[in-house]
Design a protein around this ligand. Structure first.
Ligand code: GDP
Ligand code: IMO
Ligand code: MG
Length: 427
């Protein structure tokens, strides 16, 4: 049976949490395959709002098995606090499964993230400060600590010693900070073992069996295409693969078993942190998108940078992910605008680019080429089919579909689960 990848087409916060929740009733497993608690996914159900960071959004749907895949970096303190807080609100987290191969974010990763950013000065990335980059750096350097290492104290100590060897020298001699105690780190990690052990499994085997048994598996990305370490606006990216390829490596589900790739895309563009964003607005329109769209980070509370829809990016996301369906979110936020500009291409030093430019320098120089579409005034939050939308809103959706490289199958007209226009089934 099918595996479905669900990911972000822009710079994150497209509404992946809501999209996962929408599919919740029709899926059996929801797997987080990349990132860690840098993510912030909002799920609104009636008068309840849930903000999830490390738990897959599928945990909200009764009966779904949430899985933290091997591609995730796990801060165990954050994991257990989130489980406790979510359980206290009446959500059953007891089915959660964690991959034995997932890497662990330790206190030294968080410290290296924060100190590293401070020392980068005006070259900083604007990370979430959660230790994500240093944890993935250790993974690639083969200095990481994996979940399974916590079950062998001798091995754990060796790995922590190995990881801290150079880092402590750097902290003391390079960054003028105190050295981190190996004993303290080992003791903290061991304190989680009793709670962690029953959750841990060989998740690639589990998911293979689930697919063989006809179950539906949803692979839910954190971050997004333009924050992907390979395909995003490097170096202003996160440190994992948030694109469709990452869904395979981060879960152990092979590409031949994924038959649908759903990309969530906002009806305009936002970005948190540093890095280029061609359609960014520094005027009243940008301020309006931020206030009407409530564009403040779920994880760090930072105001999100806002701008018009960028079809070059949507086409790029369609291409590198093999998108079969777009979920277009937050169309309601545009209600009341007289005219809505949409970026259809870039002008790079006088040359028109219809596709993502090849180099970082060109992308930094990219100026949006806009087409302007008519707006609408009517409240659209009660629309449930395309026919319910005022004509200009429907034309906006159709224009975006024509320029974005894949069909739009769902349109969001409000944060609640019900505030959705369904065009085509996703599962
Ligand atoms: P994620 O990280 O991709 O899961 O997205 P976030 O939760 O960080 O940000 C998306 C925000 O938009 C959340 O506050 C959602 O409740 C909200 N949202 C999602 N879809 C819609 C929509 O169609 N309309 C409106 N107004 N809000 C939406
Ligand atoms: P969701 O899953 C938006 C951004 C940070 C920073 C860069 C690197 O909610 O869409 P990191 O801490 O990952 O090393 O930071 O990536 N970033 C996000 N922006 N949404 C997210 O997640 C993000 N996760 C990381 O702001 O620019
Ligand atoms: Mg988010």
């Amino acid at each position: 049976m099918p595996a479905i990848a669900l990911l972000g087409a822009q710079w994150g916060d497209e509404g992946k949490g809501k999209a996962t929740d929408l599919l919740g009733d029709r899926v059996d497993y929801v797997v987080k395959f990349n990132g860690g608690n840098n993510a912030g996914h909002t799920v609104v159900v009636g008068d309840q709002t849930y903000a999830l960071h490390l738990l897959p959004s599928g945990v909200i749907t009764p009966g779904v098995v949430p899985v933290i895949g091997n591609g995730v970096v796990v801060d165990l303190g954050v994991l257990f606090s989130e489980i406790d807080a979510t359980t206290a609100r009446g959500i059953d987290c007891s089915r959660l499964v964690v991959s034995a191969n997932a890497h662990v974010i330790t206190p030294y990763h968080v410290q290296m993230d924060k100190v590293g950013e401070r020392f980068l000065g005006n070259r900083k990335i604007g990370t979430t400060g959660r230790g994500i980059g240093p944890a993935y750096a250790d993974k690639m350097s083969r200095l990481g600590v994996r979940v399974q290492d916590l079950f062998d104290e001798k091995i754990l100590r060796q790995k922590v010693e190995g990881a801290l060897d150079i880092k402590n020298q750097l902290l003391v001699k390079g960054y003028n900070r105190k050295a981190i105690s190996i004993d303290d780190v080992v003791a903290e990690l061991l304190s989680y073992v009793e709670r962690l052990h029953p959750l841990v499994a060989d998740t690639t085997l589990l998911l293979d069996r689930a697919l063989n048994d006809g179950k539906v598996v949803l692979l839910e990305a954190g971050q997004a295409t333009m924050l992907d370490v390979d395909h995003g606006t490097y170096p202003f990216v996160t440190s994992s693969n948030a694109t469709a390829g990452g869904a395979c490596t981060g879960s152990g589900i092979p590409p031949t078993r994924i038959d649908r790739v759903v990309a969530v895309v906002k009806a305009y563009t936002t970005r948190v942190g540093e890095g280029p964003m061609p359609t960014e607005l520094h005027d009243a329109d940008g301020e309006r998108l931020r206030s009407v769209g409530a564009e403040y980070g779920v994880t760090t509370g930072r105001p999100r940078r806002c701008g018009w829809y960028d079809a070059v990016i949507a086409r790029y996301a369609a291409r590198v992910n093999g998108v079969t369906d777009f979920v277009l979110t937050k169309l309601d936020v545009l209600t009341g605008l007289e005219r809505i500009p949409v970026c259809v291409a870039y002008d790079v030093d006088g040359v028109r680019h219809d596709e993502m430019p090849m180099t970082q320098t060109e992308f930094h120089h990219a100026r949006p080429v806009y087409e302007t579409l008519p707006g609408w005034d009517e409240d659209i939050s009660a629309a449930r089919s395309l026919e319910d939308l005022p004509k200009p809103a429907r034309s906006y959706v159709e224009a975006l579909e024509a320029m974005s490289g894949a069909p739009i199958s769902v349109v969001g007209v409000g944060p609640d689960r019900d505030e959705t226009v369904a065009i085509r089934e996703l599962v």
